[in-house]
Design a protein. Sequence first.
Length: 256
Amino acid sequence: MLFRSRSLNATAASSGNDALDFQGNEGGVVRNYAEGVISGARHGITGDKPVEIENAGTIQGRLGSGVNLDTAAATSTSIRNLAGGKILGHAEGATDGDAIDVDGLVDLTNAGTIKADGTSNSGSQTEALALGGGVVSNSGLISSSQRAVTVDDSNGGAAFGAVSIDNSGTIEGGEGSAILVVGDFADTITNSGVITGSITTGGGADVVNLFTGATTGAIIANEAQRNRRGYYAWRNGCYIQRRDGSWIRVSQRYCY
């Protein structure tokens, strides 16, 4: 499917509450060009099988996920979010809303924005990425009001495969957790950009590579300019350290 305009629907309670629903059909392909909008009252794109997605426009779940795929453990979904592309999710009330939620494995490249906001009272975290494993290459922004990246079986158990995350952009978790990986696979996290929040991996021979100039909360504390109210200005961003030691990004008005 090719999109240059808008694909919208009614309300989250309507019978057609997802913009694109591939259901159990195989071989789905979506190309959303610049200025194209795929916006669902619940999910933007959903289905039970892998879908190949390339996005330079906006894919949005207004009360749900931008992309929500209930794929099998051994399958892999390819997502390319190009510069200027946005994949957005929103959580509210009892409804979870991740930006990208893929149960199986993913091959994800992001040069744009992947963002989830809001919170749910269902007990589920709001995540920019909720994955079963795979490969993530980020040179853009991956951001959530709660946790930025979760890698598990979608129920808090061990992930279906190892994950490799290569970040040269920004990954930020709004409540102090940037990346959580569950399970005993040999996972790799490489950071030459900015990761705001904690990084937690499970068992296995995990590797975390931090290159010169890479930023975590500790580097923000050392390099940022602290004002009298306790806010830290760093690279046009504004941060504050929570009592538990984690860091969160806040509005620039507190720093500038």
